[in-house]
Design a protein around this ligand. Structure first.
Ligand SMILES: Nc1nc2c(ncn2[C@@H]2O[C@H](COP(=O)(O)OP(=O)(O)OP(=O)(O)O)[C@@H](O)[C@H]2O)c(=O)[nH]1
Ligand SMILES: [Mg+2]
Length: 283
């Protein structure tokens, strides 16, 4: 008798479970705009969502060995670990990890700071002040950001196992950040982390992720709460306990990463054409 797992469903998304071609593709990727030196991604989401872990995981995949330089907070602590607008460079890609959004007006990184960061007004290594957002009167404020200063893709991060517990206040902040990014046309996706914590089938065998009813349900929950369409949601598993490279985990992250690289590249391509037109008109 064959036992069919209760969670197992039809395959609802496909993925190549071979990392080599995907790694080659992103490592040799050419940005479609001469003036843009790197594609920039900003990760935002609640405290302990797995933002720093995503950067560590992508760096591990790229470098082929375990990378743990980007500090990760303990899943048990309530307060956020990251306070600086710190850049993590991986090849020609730059990641900015902002302190987790917290409930209440004056806790966590200020909403307006993230909006300013998306638009390119916040300099690297700026220390966020939870009770005072950066503004044009601040000497560190970048007044006229170029396409190079801007964020090219916004990545919302939600932990699959805690989505129901995230406070409405935090979700509202995320929606406001998404709205600000939408207003200037910045593409957006959602990475749903900690998938191993909601589905034992996926925990045992990550290649079953796109057959899991529970994962699909969690993605729908993320879509409903944050307002991101389902096809822009990528379930991922970060390196957390394991210290050996895991080919399948790498593939899942590479699949999501490739999507954001293309989205960011499309954005710079479109906007560098606009910048050129403005230069020609003003000449
Ligand atoms: N099991 C599991 N644990 C994860 C995963 N991603 C992150 N974690 C753990 O979740 C905890 C929080 O992860 P962080 O990467 O520190 O979260 P963060 O969003 O950077 O948190 P702040 O900087 O405080 O806002 C850490 O203990 C990670 O090891 C995952 O995919 N699976
Ligand atoms: Mg962090």
């Amino acid at each position: 008798m064959v036992l069919v797992e209760i969670d197992e469903w039809r395959v609802w998304r496909t993925i190549e479970w071979q990392s080599d071609p995907m790694i080659r593709h992103v490592k040799s990727f050419e940005i479609s705009s001469e003036g843009v030196e790197e594609l920039r991604f900003l990760l935002h989401g609640p405290v302990g969502a797995g933002k720093s872990s995503i950067i560590n995981t992508i760096k591990t995949v790229f470098e082929g060995h375990h990378y743990i330089n980007c500090l990760t907070a303990s899943a048990l602590t309530g307060d956020s670990f990251t306070t600086k607008f710190e850049k993590f460079t991986i090849g020609q890609f730059a990641f900015y990890d902002v302190m987790g959004l917290e409930q209440g007006e004056y806790r966590g990184v200020h909403l307006d700071d993230i909006v300013s960061a998306v638009k390119g007004h916040v300099p690297e290594d700026y220390i966020f002040k939870p009770n005072a957002a950066i503004d044009k009167y601040n000497t560190q404020y970048i007044n006229e950001p170029t396409l190079n200063d801007q964020i090219h893709c916004l990545v919302s991060v939600i932990p699959a196992d805690k989505i129901a517990m995230i406070d409405d206040d935090v979700i509202e902040k995320m929606k406001k950040i998404r709205k600000a990014a939408s207003d200037i046309g910045v593409p957006q996706v959602l990475f749903m982390t900690r998938v191993d914590q909601v589905c034992t089938m996926t925990q045992r065998d990550i290649t079953k992720i796109y057959q899991s009813r529970k994962i699909k349900e969690k993605m729908m929950e993320c879509s409903n709460r944050v307002g991101v369409p389902l096809n822009c949601i990528f379930p991922v598993k970060n390196y957390s306990e394991e210290n050996k490279p895991n080919e399948k985990l790498n593939c899942l992250m590479l699949e999501a990463f490739t999507q954001i690289v293309h989205a960011a590249n499309d954005y710079v391509k479109k906007n560098s054409k606009k910048e050129k037109k403005i230069e020609v008109v003003s000449c």
